[in-house]
Write a protein that binds this ligand. Structure first.
Ligand code: GLN
Length: 308
């Protein structure tokens, strides 16, 4: 029998042990997400030299949802510059749920990792018209992944029909003077970015690109510069897991971002990126088994960034 790669064995072990977690529920506030198979569970990692490791349902497809936020943030930071972006969105963890009504004393959403801040960030993607702007955004996220990502039209339409809270957040940002363009354009573009389909293998490559200073280690393409990659990781470290961000940093100690589709990315800067997927979410809206698997990996391999 062929011997299993030791890293893939460690990933399978993390899945096997985390599968004992049975709490959580699949998101259904976007009606189309309720159709996801709750038992899917996959993980993948990509190293700094582009080696890829997989276990479980690593090639199952799901929508990226909020994991798109750091990558769109990186895109606009590179294109529009820090001052332009941060005049409109803050740097601070909100300690509140992802869909909270969050505006600081200057009228800015607390950070680009929660919905209010992400919608303001997405509004900064340039282009002539919504379709061109989406193609540019899709092109950048595809470069992070190293393959063309496709839109899940059913999930997009489902969120576009029901996403009134996000439209309300965009309206508040417009009233505060921090939203560029219209509420309709910003939210439609945001709903499309959230409905891009990925696998854990894609997430691992996207995370590895941030780990590798903005250059995709599989394709060799420089997607963003080193400083932009570092700035993006900083906000993932402080704000990536919403109202669980503090405990996440304490226990796991890696910059990360979750999405209500059930995915999580985590980054060990300078070394590798990991993507995990399991659709049942805990109360903070993070994949329950995904959190368990990454916690186990961090403990087993001493991945905490602040460890000696
Ligand atoms: N599209 C989702 C929303 O805006 C993304 C939220 C998430 O993944 N946390 O509600």
């Amino acid at each position: 029998m062929a011997q299993q790669d030791p890293i893939e064995w460690a990933l399978s072990e993390a899945l096997r042990r985390a599968a004992t977690v049975t709490d959580g529920t699949v998101a259904d506030y976007i009606p189309e997400l309720a159709h996801t198979d709750p038992e899917l569970f996959g993980i993948a990692a990509v190293g700094r030299r582009g080696r890829r490791f997989r276990a479980g349902d690593a090639e199952a497809q799901f929508t990226i949802q909020s994991i798109s936020k750091p990558f769109v943030y990186a895109m606009v930071l590179a294109e529009r510059g820090e001052d332009h972006v941060h005049d409109r969105v803050g740097f601070e963890p909100s300690g509140e749920p992802f869909n909270a009504i969050s505006l600081d004393e200057r009228g800015r959403p607390a950070n680009p990792m929660i919905n209010a801040g992400a919608i303001v960030t997405t509004a900064l993607v340039e282009g002539a018209g919504l379709d061109e702007r989406f193609e540019r955004l899709r092109g950048t996220l595809s470069a992070f992944a190293g393959r063309p990502l496709e839109l899940d039209d059913a999930v997009y339409r489902s969120e576009s029909i029901t996403g009134h809270r996000n439209r309300a957040l965009a309206s508040l940002a417009l009233a505060a003077g921090v939203l560029e363009g219209t509420v309709e354009d910003a939210t439609e573009l945001y709903f499309r970015q959230c409905a891009l389909r990925v696998t854990t293998s894609d997430l691992a490559a996207m995370a590895a690109t941030l780990a590798n200073g903005g250059t995709n280690p599989v394709t060799g393409e420089s997607v963003v510069g080193e400083l932009v990659a570092r700035n993006t990781l900083s906000l993932m470290a402080s704000c990536g897991m919403y109202d669980h961000a503090g405990e996440w940093m304490y226990r796991v100690g890696m910059p990360a971002k979750s999405g209500v589709g059930g995915g999580i990315v985590a980054v060990r800067p300078g070394q590798f990126g990991v993507g995990v997927f399991s659709p049942r979410l805990d109360r903070a809206g993070n994949s329950a088994r995904g959190v368990a698997a990454l916690t186990l990996l961090s403990q087993t391999f001493d991945l905490h960034l602040l460890g000696a």
